[in-house]
Design a protein around this ligand. Structure first.
Ligand code: LMR
Length: 331
């Protein structure tokens, strides 16, 4: 009996001591995205990683994979749904097949500026869109800004007629497809990481992106002209999968959500600054002529592109469209 008790204690303690000394495995968040680390989204992912490391004391670990190094445009959403990655920040345009209402963000000349986009996103109608993909196991945690899009091309674009016949690279969005068709141009959908090469080889002649993406992907080195059109915005939804988010202990989730709020504030505060600095860098690099459109020219682009709204109104919904338009009025 004594021998049995001795054995019991030895076994219990030898098993228990190392277990007590071992921390539980951290929750790992693989954060994959397609942009460069210097962009608003890239900076946001790195800040999230830093704050989680500082505040969650090894219970959560964030791994950041920029530049499509883990998943790219073609497969990142599926990877999220299948639990191969836990966080993404996807351009709203690329979500329109998952949530038709999100097409509202792609309508050309709908938002006067980035501040209007921000006002719409913070309204209840904008906020409810974060949860519009729950049934597909996709949860929106926040919107992150990048900036307004500019038109770049191998020839100067001053009037809408200048775009006729050009091949424009687009993100996967039927609204963007319609937008370039309305100009008599040919839209060609390509993953982000292929854009530079496609412009270099002549697969496409033109593109649309905010300054930060143009500069960080060196697209300006392939595009002799960039028209400052501000015709639409490129923003992101920070995404996780509903099943992963539910699996996190409540108190950890609350801490993560508070960090996300802080990071979102920082991303949005810095996005315009990053874009303006990158515009200046492009100007200084001398690769491309930056064309400033006159008010009249910009109005011509608006007139040429705006018929696209009508085509998507039913899918987006009249009320949502109205709420978005009203966001142009600062209160
Ligand atoms: C694009 O494909 O042009 C953008 O969505 C890339 C990005 O994530 O900013």
């Amino acid at each position: 009996m004594t021998r049995f008790i001795c054995c019991f204690f030895i076994l219990t303690f030898t098993l228990w001591i190392p277990m007590a000394g071992q921390a539980a495995d951290p929750i790992v968040i693989r954060f994959s995205h397609v942009a460069s680390p210097e962009t608003p989204k890239g900076q946001g992912a790195l800040l999230f990683q830093k704050l989680v490391a500082e505040r969650l004391q090894g219970t959560v670990k964030v791994e950041v994979y920029p530049n499509s190094s883990l998943y790219g445009d073609e497969n990142e959403l599926q990877a999220l749904q299948e639990g191969k990655v836990e966080m993404l920040a996807v351009a709203l345009s690329k979500l329109s097949s998952y949530s038709p209402q999100l097409k509202v963000f792609d309508l050309p000349f709908l938002f006067d500026n980035q501040a209007a986009v921000d006002r719409f996103q913070t309204k209840p109608s904008g906020q409810q869109l974060l949860l519009s993909m729950q049934e597909k196991n996709i949860t929106g945690l926040a919107y992150w800004h990048n900036g307004m899009k500019q038109l770049s091309a191998k020839r100067p674009l001053r009037e809408p007629e200048d775009a006729r016949g050009l091949k424009f690279r687009i993100q996967s969005s039927p609204v963007l497809e319609a937008q370039f068709e309305a100009l008599g141009a040919t839209p060609i959908q390509l993953p982000f990481r292929q854009v530079n090469q496609a412009l270099a080889s002549g697969t496409v002649d033109a593109a649309e992106n905010p300054w930060s993406n143009i500069y960080s992907q060196k697209l300006n080195e392939q595009q002799r002209y960039i028209s400052e059109s501000n015709h639409g915005s490129l923003d992101y939804m920070l995404l996780t999968s509903a099943s992963f988010w539910r699996s996190i202990p409540f108190s950890t989730r609350v801490q993560l959500e508070s960090i996300i709020n802080e990071v979102t504030y920082e991303v949005d505060r810095q996005a315009e600054d990053i874009n303006q600095k990158d515009k200046l860098r492009i100007a200084n690099a001398g690769t491309s002529e930056i064309i400033t459109l006159t008010n009249e020219q910009r109005q011509h682009w608006r007139t040429a592109m705006q018929p696209v709204w009508q085509r998507f109104e039913a899918e987006i919904g009249k009320d949502l469209l109205k709420a978005a338009r009203l966001a142009n009025e600062a209160h």
